[in-house]
Design a protein around this ligand. Structure first.
Ligand code: MSP
Length: 516
């Protein structure tokens, strides 16, 4: 059944150019979006940038730039990278847009009507990197943020507060709903946090110009998180030009899934749903908190000089290599380590050898022995080994993808390709064909392997869309209108289609420890 499906990446801070971490989340979201489209769903895939707050204001200052100019510059870098990575987003949200400001004001007036805002005083240790107050015991020393390794700053100011505590029961109920928070380990973390009792949080700042003004409180701007989370709603509205919080305009809301890193799970699974409840709006259906990427065992950071620039990685290995490695080798949900040696080995082994060579040698044999074509299909009497294998692997792939377990879906594809390679080696059609009376048997074998390649090509689509297209093109398959339901049955490869000349679909990568 066709369903509306809204998926979001986090809205990335524009304090710096995109890094491998942001590329990772966005590639994962792109894979989910493509998977849902292939399942026949109408997808709204939303990404964008989070442009306000002190962190951005300071970065712009240090570059001697007007904040807006700085934001424009970095935003372009995000868009450029997403295009290079073939990210199929439908909307790109900018929190500095006029439309977004209007939406924030409308939302705020709803929260005010629910009597959920009051003026208070906030004092505590603040991390500008996290844009968050931190719980610290000892107030005399200046403590360090465990994420940014920078000194926290002491703040004592008048802020507007949101009555988060009022939503304790509703949030408690929500976070226990099956499938709301994934993976399970992260769910327990949030349950534990909420069980300690929710405290109201401040939603405005004074002395910060770079933010959205709070109507009725002229010295205040909205706290960057209050503004940024609403970017998900402004990006999903039907009418992007004059955004209104009406039911008609909200037909893509709630989001089916917010995919985020584990560090910002609390904002998404606790604060955000409470804000929505206050405004009388629906809460997101699910939140997935993935792990962090490290490099060769160490946290990536400028000070360590080990940041891997996604553009450099792309230039070195190519888009398919980068997407495949990140989704195939790293368990989504767990922390993962980027290792250059592994990157090269996995890509060469899976994509060049196991899949690329299989396609190449089978097309070559088929064209040579069957008049430049696919042999006549006679699947009814064909050996069913690969058919059965492919059906089992398709089920595994689908089940895993639904849980965002890309690694297991990718494994299912490789299993099928391995089976097809083994099948060829066992049957040795190059020996059988020497006796002309075996021609029909060989025809069936070659057909089965080519058909497996077609299925592999389709299953690869959400993970490595470019490679998938190259594979299907060699089999002369029109890639413009593919969907899982109509294309994954065994035996659909049409012998009348013919075959392209075999050319390698994936080039090998030479190992280079540091591609910079
Ligand atoms: N602006 C907020 C999100 C607001 S959403 C309404 C923000 N931005 S961020 O740019 O700092 O981080 C964006 C995402 O990148 C987060 O989900 C974070 O977990 C993720 N990552 C940052 N470094 C990462 C790695 N090294 N590895 C994987 N993901 C990482 O937070």
């Amino acid at each position: 059944m066709n369903m509306k499906y809204t998926i979001t990446t986090p809205l990335y801070y524009v304090n710096d150019k995109p890094h491998l971490g942001s590329s990772y989340t966005t590639i994962a979201c792109d894979a989910i979006a493509r998977f849902e489209r292939l399942n026949g769903n109408t997808v709204l895939f939303l990404t964008g940038v989070d442009e306000h707050g002190q962190k951005i204001e300071r970065t712009a200052e240090s570059k001697n730039l007007e904040p807006q100019l700085h934001c424009d510059e970095i935003t372009e870098k995000y868009k450029y990278l997403w295009d290079k990575l073939n990210i199929s987003y439908d909307r790109f949200v900018r929190t500095t847009s006029i439309e977004h400001t209007s939406l924030v004001h409308q939302f705020y007036s709803k929260v005010l009507k629910s009597d959920d805002v009051y003026m208070g005083r906030q004092s505590g240790w603040y991390c500008v990197g996290c844009e968050e107050y931190k719980d610290v015991e000892d107030k005399d020393k200046s403590p360090i943020c465990s994420i940014h390794k920078k000194e926290l700053e002491w703040r004592d100011e008048e802020n507007l507060f949101f009555k988060l505590s009022k939503y304790q029961d509703q949030i408690e109920k929500l976070i226990h709903v099956d499938g709301f928070i994934s993976p399970k380990s992260r769910k327990n973390e949030i349950i534990n946090f909420v069980s300690k009792g929710l405290r109201d949080f401040s939603i405005s700042r004074v002395n910060l110009k770079w933010g959205i003004n709070v109507p009725g409180n002229k010295d205040h701007t909205f706290y960057v998180w209050f503004d940024a989370l609403l970017g998900y709603v402004s990006g999903s509205l039907n009418d992007q030009c004059s955004p209104e919080l009406t039911e008609k305009s909200l037909s893509n809301w709630p989001a089916n899934i917010h995919v985020i890193g584990k560090d910002i799970l609390r904002f998404h699974a606790v604060y955000w749903p409470a804000m929505l409840l206050s405004a009388g709006m629906k809460t997101p259906r699910s939140v997935f908190g993935h792990g962090f990427l490290t490099r060769e065992g160490q946290k990536m950071g400028k000070s360590l000089g080990n940041v891997l620039d996604p553009i450099e990685l792309l230039e070195y290995g190519g888009i398919d290599a980068m997407r495949w490695y990140l989704l195939r080798d790293i368990e989504f949900g767990e922390d993962g380590d980027f290792q250059m040696r592994r990157f090269v080995d996995i890509v060469n082994s899976d994509l060049c050898n196991t899949i690329g060579n299989l396609l190449n040698r089978t097309i070559t044999m088929s064209k040579k022995w069957f008049k430049e074509n696919i042999p006549i299909d006679n699947t009814l009497s064909s050996d069913s080994t690969l058919k059965v294998k492919s059906e089992t692997k398709i089920i595994e792939y689908m089940e895993s993808f639904k849980d965002s377990n890309f690694k297991s879906s990718a494994n299912a594809i490789i299993d099928l390709a391995n089976s097809a390679n083994l099948y060829l080696n066992d049957r040795a059609p190059w020996k059988l064909i020497k006796d002309i009376s075996n021609k029909n048997i060989v025809a069936l074998d070659i057909y089965s392997v080519l058909e497996s390649c077609r299925i592999i090509g389709i299953l690869l689509n959400p993970i490595v869309p470019n490679l998938s297209n190259r594979i299907l093109k060699q089999l002369n398959i029109d890639t413009s209108n593919i969907n899982f339901k109509d294309s994954l049955q065994w035996g659909l490869l049409d012998p009348n289609n013919g075959l392209q000349d075999p050319t390698p679909v994936m080039d090998k990568i030479e190992f280079n420890e540091d591609p910079r």
